[in-house]
Design a protein around this ligand. Structure first.
Ligand code: AMP
Length: 133
């Protein structure tokens, strides 16, 4: 069965998209640690990041760096933190989280509650910065 993220890529499940190309897709995490918390995935469904073929692996990180630059431009933050967990969804994804302090990357902390309008505005502003590159 296709992963929830493959279903997002296929358009079967909605997402707050921030960037896409032929091989990769980036969208807002629905349970964000901070405004602008984004997931970057390969469209190819592989559970574990270190099982990706080397071309997809390096392409994913290059794409994530471009998304991180767009997040930095759109969201006030000191820098963008990176995490790879995959404890919940078996489809490789990189978490990009705008940071003010190191505690902002603590996955045990309470997630932000945002309205659909706020998600849409954040996604649009990151997408706009991405499209300027
Ligand atoms: P993990 O697999 O441990 O890295 O966690 C999966 C992440 O995906 C969590 O931060 C979830 O909030 C996020 N997530 C799960 N389903 C969705 C979805 N439909 N749209 C956006 N983010 C999601």
């Amino acid at each position: 069965m296709a992963s929830i993220f493959s279903r997002i890529v296929a358009g079967e499940i909605p997402s707050w998209k921030v960037a896409e190309d032929g091989r990769f897709y980036a969208f807002l995490d629905i349970n964000p640690l901070a405004e602008g918390h984004t997931l970057v995935i390969p469209k190819k469904e592989v559970d574990y990041i270190f099982d990706l073929d080397s071309e997809t692996y390096s392409g994913l990180w290059e794409f994530a760096a471009r998304v991180a630059k767009a997040i930095e431009a759109a969201i006030p933050c000191k820098r963008v933190g990176v995490a790879v967990l995959g404890m919940e969804v078996p489809h490789t994804h990189i978490h990009l989280v705008p940071l003010q302090t190191e505690g902002d990357l603590d996955f045990r902390k309470e997630k932000k509650q945002l309205t659909p309008e706020r998600f849409a505005a954040i996604a649009a502003s990151i997408a706009s910065e991405f499209n300027k590159q």
